[in-house]
Design a protein. Structure first.
Lengths: 332, 349
């Protein structure tokens, strides 16, 4: 094992898959020599050349459509969308084309394309560079949505996404890019690991409360859980890792054990990821609940630019601690 | 009338080849006429956009492509499907919503594909197919470069509707769209990207003057759609889309450019749809006189005249085509309804 950045883990996943399969290639804006806005693709062009690490014009909808068109005739493109906010320009090719082709053409084609895109705030980038829009894609049958929280999962899940025969929205976190985590050496035993899509992971175990989170919020949830444990409140933390298809079994098993659920998401609360999880928990675990499920999510506002405002709008460990404490006090 | 002598193609194509292309055009015409009846009488549900009037475009373009070449289509895609070599009974079954349709009844008229013949799909999103075609062309180019180092290759023609073996260096892609679709952002994005990367692709704009009710000059600026090619530094041309030979001549050059690595071409085919935009359209935005005028330039009649087909021969061909359409309807009618599936098990590959 060694400690590497989340962004390096992603780069390693792409490089290894490009090495393994000549049909894998990357396309997007400024991804070649420049290395992408967050330097995730840095070094790939030197290794694989400009045909397979392909700079594109600023045309998100057609970049995504080109990924789909190449995928249905046998390639495995990785489309790089610089900020998740910009994926809004590509909704047509993702929602009406990528997600539907396999089903609507009677199963004649497969659409093995990955749309990698960094989401979330915390860097004072303001309203059009800080959103978390993954709930939109959970709503579309045919798409898979993946959102890793650690370097290990980032690498393993990206490799699974590239090998998957379906379109995958791969949600990265700008704030996690610079966080290090344990990842095996590629040539070590188990170095060529993958993490299966569709499996959540329990990263902390406790008995009083289940905290459900994904991506950057998993770390916040873990910090909150560690602090709560000091006060005698022990928590399961469920890192969803995949949002679609959702691992409802792992969520249910934990909530049935603890009897309480706190859902923590960085996207806006209204009709957000947390709303869907809340509905599932209520539908599937009602008889086990000792308290109403609660949510900690972003305020229903464009993500503000100024540090003070942004911090106020987005959830953090302290918000989780407060919500958890209140929930336990009210229903103990 | 198109004089046979004016076309070099009528000399290069054998009488058998010409007859095969004419038959394809006639099949599309009779197929669409039958569909119009079936929709009007409520036998088929939903809506449909008929291709009648535009047959020379799909047939002319696809006559120069093989199954190794890909096309993307539009909401008005039956003609493209049949011209590319798709099966008429299968298409009819899809329109009837039957399990034997290529999309198993899930797609219907606007969402039908036949990957075995390189037909990547009709598309319910206006101009949604252009990025898809551009991506397929990129895949073709990347594979070619990988295999040969220079993007050239020899393959035979495998389209059963085509008589001869077409020698080709590299596969190519044709993307059909309407003049209305040419105002979508995907048009600009795709032409630009394909031009920058010199992709083996033909952008075939079928200018039938109206996008639903909106006339060309109400929605499009600039002298022609084809003139936009200059903005991307690629070749563009306006073509008489009612003239099979004119279509072929323009497409032949464009295909040659694509296969030789000289990049994309934009062709604007002037044509006319005989029916309304879709089932319920009363065609109040255009005059009957204009419609009659276009019918004097009917692409099928012109091709018959150009090749000097005898009336008796035409009638024999027509009877055969009508039988094929009857058989397609019978196949569709006798096919099973689709089973209601476990949704989760079919949405993912
Ligand atoms: C994105 C989108 N916008 C609008 C429509 C509705 N619509 C379907 S066909 C059509 C007209 C298209 O005109 P054109 O591209 O010229 O093709 P034509 O119908 O003439 O073959 C419109 C507006 C649609 N299907 N998709």
């Amino acid at each position: 094992m060694r400690e590497i950045y989340y962004s390096w883990a992603l780069r390693e996943a792409m490089a290894e898959e490009m090495e393994r399969d000549p049909n894998v290639f990357v396309l997007g804006e400024d991804i070649a020599e420049y290395g992408g806005a967050f330097k995730v693709t840095q070094g790939l062009v030197e290794k694989f050349g400009r045909a397979r690490v392909r700079n594109t014009p600023i045309s998100e909808n057609t970049i995504c459509g080109v990924g789909v068109g190449a995928a249905i005739v046998g390639m495995r493109p990785i489309v790089d969308i610089m900020f998740q906010d910009f994926i809004t320009l590509a909704m047509d090719q993702i929602v009406n084309h990528a997600a539907k082709f396999h089903y609507m053409y009677g199963g004649q084609c497969r659409v093995p394309v990955v749309f990698r895109t960094p989401a979330g705030g915390g860097r004072c980038y303001g309203p059009t560079h800080s959103q978390s829009l993954e709930a939109w894609f959970m709503h579309v049958p045919g798409l898979k949505v993946v959102a890793p929280a650690t370097a290990y999962d980032a690498k393993g899940l990206l490799k699974s996404a590239i090998r998957d025969d379906n379109p995958v929205i791969f949600v990265e976190s700008k704030l996690l890019y610079g966080i290090k985590g344990q990842v095996p050496e590629p040539d070590a035993d188990g170095g060529d690991y993958t993490v299966p899509i569709g499996e959540a992971k329990v990263t902390r175990e406790g008995e009083h409360l289940t905290i459900i989170a994904y991506s950057r919020m998993t770390g916040e949830a873990e910090r909150a859980a560690d602090a709560l444990a000091q006060n005698g409140i022990t928590c399961d933390v469920v890192d969803l890792r995949t949002l679609a298809p959702l691992d409802a079994d792992t969520i249910a098993a934990s909530v049935e054990k603890t009897g309480r659920a706190l859902i923590v998401c960085e996207d806006c609360k209204t009709a957000g990821v947390s709303a869907e999880i809340m509905a599932r928990v209520t539908e599937e675990c009602f008889d086990f609940l000792q308290a109403p499920p609660r949510r900690v999510a972003a305020a229903d506002t464009p993500v503000p630019c100024a540090d003070t405002l942004e911090k106020a709008a987005l959830p953090d460990a302290q918000n989780i601690i407060d919500a958890a404490t209140a929930l336990i006090q009210q229903y103990s | 009338m198109h004089p046979a002598s004016s076309s070099p193609d009528s000399a290069t194509l054998s009488p058998q080849e010409l007859s095969i292309h004419l038959r394809t055009m006639l099949l599309i015409r009779r197929f669409e006429e039958r569909l119009d009846e079936l929709f009007a009488s409520g036998v088929i549900k939903g809506t449909s956009h008929l291709y009648a009037g535009q047959e020379a475009v799909a047939t002319g373009v696809c006559s120069l492509l093989s199954h190794d070449d890909y096309i993307t289509s539009t909401h008005r895609g039956h003609g493209h499907f049949l011209a590319k070599g798709g099966s008429a009974p299968a298409l009819m079954a899809e329109l009837f919503g039957k399990a034997t349709g290529p999309s198993k009844g899930r797609g219907g008229s606007q969402h039908v594909a036949d990957y075995a013949v390189g037909f990547l799909g009709s598309n319910g999103i206006t101009a949604g197919g252009l990025p898809i075609a551009t991506g397929a062309a990129l895949a073709v180019q990347m594979r070619q470069q990988r295999e040969t180092g220079n993007g050239k290759r020899e393959t035979g023609n495998t389209n059963p509707r085509l008589p001869t073996s077409i020698p080709q260096q590299t596969a190519c892609v044709a993307s059909f769209f309407g003049e209305g679709g040419a105002n979508q952002g995907t048009f600009h994005e795709s032409l630009n990207m394909a031009a920058v990367w010199k992709l083996p692709i033909l952008f075939i704009c079928e200018n039938n003057l109206y996008a639903m009710s909106t006339r060309l000059d109400e929605a499009s600026s600039g002298p022609t759609i084809a003139a936009r090619a200059a903005g991307y530094g690629i070749q563009g041309a306006v073509v008489d889309g009612t003239d099979f030979f004119a279509v072929r001549a323009a497409v032949e050059k464009a295909v040659e450019r694509a296969r030789c690595g000289d990049g994309p071409t934009l062709l604007e085919m002037h044509t006319y749809r005989y029916y309304g935009h879709s089932k319920s359209d009363k065609r109040e935005y255009r005059t009957r006189a204009e419609e009659d005028d276009w019918r004097t330039r009917d692409c099928i009649e012109k091709l018959c005249a150009a090749i000097g087909l005898e009336a008796a021969d035409f009638e024999a061909m027509d009877a055969e085509v009508m039988r094929e359409v009857d058989e397609a309807v019978a196949f569709a009618q006798s096919s099973a309804e689709p089973e209601v599936e476990d949704w989760e098990s079919v949405i993912y590959a």
